[in-house]
Ligand binder design. Structure first.
Ligand SMILES: Nc1nc2c(ncn2[C@@H]2O[C@H](COP(=O)(O)OP(=O)(O)OP(=O)(O)O)[C@@H](O)[C@H]2O)c(=O)[nH]1
Ligand SMILES: [Mg+2]
Length: 311
């Protein structure tokens, strides 16, 4: 995996951090006076809201901060900054997975990727195939986006680039394609099957019903084998993401999130809002369009680039 997150030496060349630093600059401006008072709190709340933190989360962060920096003993801005950095880091830590992905040899593990149109599902499948193959797993892909004519071709290109099998069919029912892919994967001793799905708005009832069916069929076909259900979300979705996620969750017990297009993230405050959701760890982050542009979510690094403890 191309660890853009870990590689300190090339940090200068990492536009992903430049984008996060917009928020950092604004937060630091709010702290620029040496005093820290009620006005600073109001200014900070405004900065957070403008960075797409969402009014509820911004309010929570600010009241948390004001509790820690008690009113009659307002400390200097440096120590208040440390408090805020800690609050931000705690929220980002909540986004990290509690346990690693469990991949067993000689047992099929399936990953079902869902999300709205263009969020980056197919590209992420290409990157995940590369990642898991590099870790020694035998990987295959299932072309369950039967909606868009070119979807199969797009997945085939990722299959070729990774040198892995792509299971597809002329059948237009994604559940049948998925069932066949699982059967074939078990026969061929595949370790990991990555299931691509059509982009859909969660408000489209029939498409959500289709997803529920796909989930039912996969769950039955796999019996005891692990089935990961991840939502793929563009990092620039903003507050609308919360609706999207909760609507997808009504259909499917989603247990992970991949944030794509993190290289172009505009408003980092959105990440702080995500931490209000329960049991939705960020499994990976997409940092570009090529096969290696996938990283694990490094909460500390992200936190430091929003408001570094050492600033
Ligand atoms: N910069 C950047 N671009 C990305 C990333 N992930 C995906 N993309 C781009 O986003 C666009 C859409 O990606 P797809 O993988 O086709 O998205 P999708 O969710 O499969 O789209 P549908 O199947 O139409 O719903 C493509 O141009 C990708 O190259 C990322 O992490 N960073
Ligand atoms: Mg796609």
């Amino acid at each position: 995996m191309n660890n853009k997150f870990d590689n300190n030496t090339s940090e200068k060349n990492q536009p992903i951090w430049e984008n996060l630093k917009k928020l950092k600059k604004q937060l630091l401006t709010a702290f620029s006076d040496n005093k820290f008072d009620n006005e600073t709190l109001i200014e900070l709340e405004d900065v957070l809201i403008m960075a797409d933190t969402g009014p509820k989360t911004a309010k929570e962060i600010i009241s948390n901060l004001s509790e820690q920096v008690s009113e009659d003993s307002y400390e200097n801005s440096k120590s208040a900054r440390l408090h805020l950095a800690n609050i931000i880091n705690q929220r980002l830590n909540k986004l990290c997975p509690n346990e690693p992905i469990s991949i067993k040899k000689n047992q099929l593990t399936v990953f079902l990727l869902v999300g709205v149109n263009g969020s980056g599902k197919t590209t992420t499948i290409g990157k995940l195939a590369h990642h898991f193959k590099n870790n020694g797993s035998k990987v295959a892909l299932a072309a369950c986006d039967t909606f868009r004519a070119a979807a199969k071709d797009q997945l085939n290109i990722w299959g070729e680039e990774n040198g892995v099998t792509v299971f597809s069919s002329e059948c237009s029912d994604p559940s049948s394609v998925a069932f066949e892919a699982v059967t074939n994967s078990i026969e061929q001793n595949i370790d990991i099957l990555l299931v691509d799905t059509a982009g859909r708005l969660p408000s489209k009832k029939n498409l959500i019903e289709e997803l529920k069916k796909l989930n039912r069929v996969l769950t039955k076909a796999l019996s005891e084998s692990p089935l990961y259900k991840w939502i793929i979300l563009d990092s620039n979705t903003g507050q609308n993401a919360l609706n999207q996620i909760s609507q997808f969750r009504e259909a499917l017990d989603i247990n992970g999130l991949i944030l794509t297009k993190f290289d172009g993230i505009n408003k980092a405050g959105f990440l702080l809002t995500l931490s209000d959701l329960d049991n939705l760890p960020v499994m990976f982050v997409g940092t570009g369009e090529s096969i290696e542009d996938l990283s694990v979510f490094d909460a500390k690094k992200v936190g430091n680039n929003i408001l570094g403890i050492a600033d």
